[in-house]
Design a binder for this molecule. Structure first.
Ligand code: N01
Length: 547
């Protein structure tokens, strides 16, 4: 790390917070405009999510031929994905390849956490400080700090007294963990828990899973990449990418549904669900009918089909019933994809404990204790308890302006953004896949590319017109937040206590954060806003204003 105390502030055009998929693409795209850019990354390597989440079984739930950058045709032709779904090591290898191939590393500073970002209205620039005391001045600031990048360990009393080792899925040791011969407890059954539980069960002497909310999970049906499938996909890559942009999830290859689940009889419906179940994948399943995410009665049919699969798979009826989700419509919490998740509960060394009826009271020196007093002896505890999603990373940074605006205060009642891209009162600060954007409900890399392209175009537009400041009007921000909520309220999403709602963090405002109107609609809307001279934004020339 440079000796910051000795050096002059670094002057940039754009400072980027984060060196994951978003930060790296931002470097590439903004450099093309001739701008001086630099990304600051807390990790000791690039990759963001895929750098940190190294837990056993970590794998993407979007197919690898879709979950990749589209900005360079030769890159997508050259890269060979070995499996239908990319593993964490494979995706991290890919990201490192991209960093080398496009010479991005020289503009990434690793092992550096951004502590504050202050907009100096007079100088019309962001002044950003690192944990090493370095100061960076830049006209624009791009927050590419991730949505699921602030790991959350619940405040159980007694954790510091635990004599065994404990881990969080999102902060996994790089050297890996050997659970052989150990009594392990996993807390949490979201996407991370569902992926790691089958693998840990194979290693551990005994595994106890502490479940608060049963989650729907579908078989991933991962396979080695079929050569013919890869060949066909690559032959049509640009057209396939373009088609994906026309879908709500920015994921291609799934024909649009045409009828309501209630328009057909049960026999036909179950046959359709069975075909999707056999095919594997979550989008495919939710795309069985037009109304699974908007009509509770339709959703019930898809949910009951999965509950029956769980009952048919798990031999102990009591365990099966506990695993069968009943408190939220299917798809309203992130639908998990698994390999042998439910089958794992048939192993003699695995037990499921319901911590909704009997919540965890404390961690003890030798394990864990429930409210009823029931105690479990454990050698290791794994927290698959999720993240302070969507707002956590930005709220960890002290973001403010010289006018006295403080982002944490502005967002006190829930995050406010215009298009998920900018915040009123915080000029020249862009967010990639932030709250109010569809990012987390899409193939994330598609959203990253769309956002960064939009940001780059906006910066280019300002330069061309001798302007140097952009910020949303408060009215545009209010209208967008209202629209995001209205769209969410027209779906079943708000019926679940999910991280989309901030429900997993005690005290966090309950506001539905992602835009669920679909990537296709969102992209068209962003394009129209730009084409109409950045409707809802105020563009200005600071020097003139100052004069
Ligand atoms: O986290 P989660 P995650 N006591 O928040 C439980 C992406 N992702 O890391 O539901 C007991 O989903 C909590 O219970 P409840 C994906 O977008 C993708 O698994 O709040 N339990 C829940 O079961 C995903 O949605 C991939 O009642 C407690 C679990 O911990 C997102 O990341 C893989 C508790 C947390 O689930 C987050 O997934 C992994 C407590 N005090 C992640 N506190 C793929 O692409 C929390 N829990 C495959």
């Amino acid at each position: 790390m440079p000796d910051a105390s000795q050096s002059l502030p670094r002057q940039l055009d754009v400072v980027i917070v984060g060196g994951g998929l978003a930060g790296l693409y931002a470097i590439h795209r903004l450099r093309k405009l001739g701008l001086r850019v630099r990304a600051y990354e807390a990790g000791s390597g690039v990759g963001g999510t895929w750098f940190w989440n190294r837990y056993p079984g970590a794998r993407c739930d979007v197919e690898s031929l879709e979950y990749s950058y589209s900005f360079d045709e030769q890159l997508q032709q050259d890269w060979k994905w070995p499996e239908r779904y990319g593993t964490q090591p494979e995706i991290l290898k890919y990201i490192n390849h991209v960093a080398d191939r496009f010479d991005l590393r020289r503009d990434v500073q690793l092992n550096t956490r951004i502590e504050s970002a202050v907009f100096d209205g007079k100088a019309n620039e962001w002044v950003v400080r690192t944990d090493g005391g370095e100061e960076i001045h830049a006209r624009y600031c791009v927050m590419a700090a991730g949505n699921l990048s602030t790991p959350r360990v619940p405040d159980f009393k007694g954790l510091k007294d635990f004599k065994g080792k404990w881990y969080h899925s999102g902060l996994w040791p790089h050297e890996g963990v050997d659970f052989s011969g150990l009594r392990v407890g996993v807390i949490g059954t979201g996407s991370s828990g569902v992926q790691m539980i089958p693998i840990i069960a194979q290693q551990a002497r005994h595994l106890t899973v502490f479940q608060r909310t049963a989650n729907f999970s579908l078989p991933a049906r991962n396979t080695p990449m079929p050569e013919e499938k890869e060949r066909r996909h690559k032959a049509e890559y640009p057209a396939r990418r373009a088609a994906a942009m026309e879908t709500p999830f920015a994921i291609g290859g799934h024909p649009k549904p045409t009828s309501s689940a209630l328009a057909v009889d049960k026999v036909e419906r179950d046959a359709a669900y069975e075909a999707k179940w056999q095919e594997g994948g979550s989008i495919s399943y939710l795309y069985a009918y037009t109304d699974l995410l908007v009509n509770k009665e339709s959703n019930d049919t898809a949910a009951e089909f999965v509950r029956n699969k769980i009952r048919a798979t798990v031999k102990d009826p009591k365990t099966a019933e506990l695993l069968a989700p009943k408190d939220h419509p299917i798809g309203t919490k992130r639908l998990c994809l698994d390999t042998n998740y439910y089958e794992t509960y048939n192993r003699p060394n695995v037990a499921l404990v319901d911590v909704r009826s009997d919540p965890i009271d404390s961690i003890t020196a030798t394990g864990l204790q429930l409210g009823s007093g029931t105690a479990f002896e454990l050698d290791a505890i794994v927290f698959a308890t999720g993240f302070d999603a969507m707002t956590g990373a930005l709220n960890e940074i002290d973001v403010r302006t010289s006018d006295g605006a403080v982002l944490r205060d502005h967002w006190m009642g829930g995050p406010l953004t215009y298009l998920g891209l900018m915040v009123a009162g915080f000029p020249n600060m862009f967010i990639v896949t932030g709250p109010g954007s569809p990012g987390v409900k899409t193939q994330m890399i598609a959203s990253i590319e769309q956002h960064v392209d939009w940001i780059a175009d906006a910066i280019e537009h300002l330069g061309k017109h001798q302007l140097d400041r952009i910020e949303p009007t408060p009215g545009a921000e209010t209208d967008w937040v209202h629209h995001v909520n209205q769209v969410a309220d027209s779906t079943l999403y708000p019926l679940a206590n999910s991280w989309y709602m901030g429900a997993n963090i005690p005290g966090k405002p309950r506001v539905f954060m992602p835009y669920v109107g679909g990537f296709d609609r969102y992209k068209k809307h962003c394009d129209a806003v730009a084409a109409q001279g950045y409707r809802g934004f105020t563009l200005s020339r600071h020097e003139t204003v100052a004069a």
